[in-house]
Design a protein around this ligand. Structure first.
Ligand SMILES: NC(=O)c1ccc[n+]([C@@H]2O[C@H](COP(=O)([O-])OP(=O)(O)OC[C@H]3O[C@@H](n4cnc5c(N)ncnc54)[C@H](OP(=O)(O)O)[C@@H]3O)[C@@H](O)[C@H]2O)c1
Length: 195
């Protein structure tokens, strides 16, 4: 049984990922979110819900104990959140992190400069990359609601490809990475729909 902690479990990608995770055997989910009313009733023996704020280091550290994989699907003060995630993972001796960021943090999108709006994403990535965690940072293109799994990835240092990707594709990649913890370790992946 693999224990997976989802931070920001009410988020758009996280909700899709939860359904995909529950299609898999031998996965147990801990859903960490600020307001549990924001999740539909997930009656399953394999789901535990923890109400908490990622900015609350003690609560976060408590939720980390016994987890195999942490999947962060957050927005807001991402630098502080990343600092708390790294610290609490160290404290609880959890190594594997999947963190959703955004395309453009390395100015890797040909012809685009997203500027300071991406600073929280950039700064969070710096915190994670400076840690010794087994992280995978995902840098998705603009999300669509297409009911399809169709994506390709680019590595840090390569130009970003494409402009959009379905939420379902990103969720599919998250689940694949969580189930196969040896994949894409200490990589930062651009994620887009092939054009
Ligand atoms: N839209 C796009 O095209 C696009 C493209 C690339 C990347 N992204 C980024 O990808 C990330 C994931 O996207 P998404 O659509 O799944 O995000 P989302 O729906 O905005 O979800 C973000 C989640 O973060 C949670 N959150 C915020 N502050 C928190 C805190 N202090 N403690 C605990 N939870 C907290 C929110 O919970 P509450 O319900 O409590 O507010 C929310 O559920 C976002 O950062 C997004 O900006 C978006």
């Amino acid at each position: 049984m693999k224990n997976i902690l989802i931070l920001g479990a009410s988020g758009g990608i996280a909700r899709i990922a939860i359904d995909l995770f529950l299609n898999e055997d031998d996965i147990k989910l801990t859903l960490f979110l600020r307001n549990s009313r924001r999740l539909k009733n997930l009656a399953s023996e394999r789901v535990q819900i923890v109400e908490g704020d990622v900015l609350d280091l003690n609560k976060l550290t408590e939720a980390m104990h016994g987890q195999d994989v942490v999947y962060a699907n957050l927005a807001g003060d991402l630098k502080k959140m990343a600092e708390n995630i790294v610290e609490s993972m160290h404290e609880a001796n959890v190594k594997r992190l999947i963190f959703i960021s955004s395309m453009g943090i390395y100015d890797e999108v040909p012809g685009e400069k997203y500027g300071s709006v991406l600073n929280p994403y950039r700064n969070a990535a710096k915190v994670i990359e400076a840690s010794d965690l087994e992280y995978t940072i995902l840098r998705p293109a603009w999300f669509t609601n297409a009911n399809e799994v169709d994506y390709e990835t680019t590595q840090k240092g390569e130009p970003f490809k494409g402009t959009s990707v379905s939420r379902k594709s990103v969720a599919d990649l998250v689940v694949k990475l969580a189930i196969n913890p040896e994949l894409e370790v200490r990589h930062s992946l651009g994620v887009n729909k092939p054009e």
